[in-house]
Design a protein around this ligand. Structure first.
Ligand SMILES: Cc1cc2nc3c(=O)[nH]c(=O)nc-3n(C[C@H](O)[C@H](O)[C@H](O)COP(=O)(O)O)c2cc1C
Length: 144
């Protein structure tokens, strides 16, 4: 399966998560690519079986880069699948809701509940034990 992972990350927490997912998917022989949302134009994003979007919340909002990307993003074909990830400090974890809202009405199919990982401080580390959960999330993507 072709899986594109599109992430926003300032201090690297989200990047570690996105790279970890790519590694696990590749270990399972999936064609997984990872892109920073900052270097990506929605119009040039190729077709994928699954799009994974990963973003934190900053100052109670989705960062502008991810917000404007998701607003303009339109999958090449109807019926593309997607999944969401975030790293967070505030346990209300609004990033998933915010991304969900922007993806509504694009005709995409959500595969599974959003994957969230707490960070112990702004610059990490990610909470203990998240890798095992990430392995389960990877398996859910593959079986979808
Ligand atoms: C300027 C700034 C504002 C933040 N505001 C929020 C916030 O409103 N809610 C929240 O849950 N986390 C907030 N955080 C924490 C980030 O969501 C968290 O550190 C996340 O893991 C950052 O991911 P990144 O390292 O990939 O950028 C903020 C972090 C920074 C640096």
């Amino acid at each position: 399966m072709k899986i594109l992972i599109i992430y926003e990350s300032r201090y690297g927490n989200g990047k570690i998560l996105a790279a970890g997912l790519q590694e696990l998917l590749r270990n399972k022989s999936q064609d997984a690519e990872i892109f920073s949302v900052r270097n990506l134009k929605p119009s040039t994003l190729p077709w994928a079986d699954i799009y994974v979007f990963s973003s934190p919340v900053r100052m109670f909002m989705l960062p502008l880069s991810m917000r404007s990307f998701l607003r303009r993003f339109k999958p090449v074909k109807e019926g593309a699948k997607y999944a969401l990830m975030t790293t967070y400090m505030d346990p209300r974890v609004k990033a998933l809701e915010f991304m969900e809202k922007l993806l509504q009405s694009k005709g995409m199919i959500k595969i599974t509940d959003g994957f969230k990982v707490k960070v112990m401080d702004m610059k990490g580390p990610l909470e203990e034990g998240y890798r095992e959960r990430l392995e389960k999330f990877t398996a859910e993507l593959i079986k979808s």
